[in-house]
Design a protein around this ligand. Structure first.
Ligand SMILES: [Zn+2]
Length: 328
């Protein structure tokens, strides 16, 4: 490969964008375009990693390593040069591809009565919410043909996990929620209920919209979030599971627009018959308190999650009562 090819990749992928996508955050700005932060390449305790976002170069005063975005990918993923290039290509190529797939699924949603019926069964009927969440439907056996007709090679579809090794659409009979850098697929039939594409599930859902609220309701599932949005609760975010990844946890703990550590997080996780949801909530609550966040555990009726609470006839007023009664 020629020097021009490398230059092109470096031009297409600014180092700072790539670092931020790997959850790197600058600790302070030195001068225009020059940032210091913790080094993602070694166990760093005070910021020693310098990023020049104009030249797209980094240097670490701790471990003495530095270079461009390709060098960073090599060191960070511990791969050789050709694999680092492939990873960068894949990283850059994924978002437009997922965007395309999500748009296609959204189009399919309105064409399939079973998809609309499934949403009604989950208590979701407001067109505005369905639109805002960009909910789609994967009927199966048609995404591959569509994306190939747009010029995406089969190999990229397989790399992204949209098409399996046999060449079939991975998502079939699933309601699809686009996430940041992933697609969550909820089965409408007997298949494994929850599916994600390979890679991270990303940060908390719609965090940019929610982070300014001093009180935040955290739920496990997208259908919990959807019915709460529909009921007029806008300060809701979703972790897509009971276990928060490192990025999601940091988001909840960050000193933020709501005035630092004064945030209260209402944990509205599933109330499972075997108590696993309650234990997960307790455990998360401990971890958040250790970071100075106020938490409250919302007690739903036995065997309920916020979604089934509303499907079972619960309303906004009753849910507000549950929030008021939520214990520390
Ligand atoms: Zn370092």
């Amino acid at each position: 490969m020629s020097r021009e090819v490398f230059d092109e990749i470096k031009r297409q992928i600014p180092l700072l964008d790539y670092l931020q996508a790997q959850d790197w955050r600058p600790a302070r700005q030195l001068s225009r375009g020059r940032w210091m932060g913790l080094c993602p390449l070694h166990s760093d305790h005070k910021p020693s990693f310098l990023v020049d976002s104009v030249k797209s170069l980094f240097y670490c005063y701790g471990c003495g390593r530095g270079g461009d975005v390709i060098r960073f990918a090599e060191l960070y993923h511990q791969v050789r040069f050709p694999q680092a290039l492939a990873l960068l290509h894949q990283w850059r190529g994924l978002p437009p591809l997922l965007h395309e797939a999500a748009g296609f699924y959204q189009m399919q949603f309105h064409r399939h009565a079973e998809a609309v019926a499934y949403l009604l069964q989950r208590g979701l009927h407001q067109a505005e919410v369905i639109e805002e969440l960009r909910i789609g439907y994967a009927p199966g056996r048609c995404l591959r043909a569509w994306l190939t007709s747009l010029g995406y090679p089969l190999e990229s579809l397989q790399q992204a996990g949209l098409v399996n090794a046999e060449g079939h659409d991975t998502y079939s009979h699933r309601i699809v929620f686009p996430l940041e850098g992933n697609l969550y697929g909820r089965s409408t039939g007997a298949a494994t209920p929850h599916r994600f594409l390979p890679g991270t599930k990303g940060g908390l859902y719609a965090w940019e919209k929610v982070r300014g609220y001093p009180e935040i309701i955290l739920v496990e599932g997208m259908f919990d979030l959807a019915v709460l949005w529909q009921a007029g609760f806008h300060n809701v975010t979703c972790a897509l599971g009971t276990h928060l990844n490192a990025l999601q946890f940091r988001q909840l703990c960050a000193d933020d627009r709501c005035g630092g550590k004064s945030r209260t997080v209402y944990l509205a996780l599933d109330s499972d018959a075997n108590g696993s949801g309650q234990r997960a909530a307790q455990c998360l609550s401990h971890r958040l308190r250790a970071e100075g966040i106020t938490t409250r555990c919302v007690e739903l009726p036995d065997g309920h999650d916020p979604n089934s609470f509303f499907v079972g006839g619960g309303n906004a007023h009753e849910f507000r009562r549950l929030l008021e009664r939520a214990c520390l």
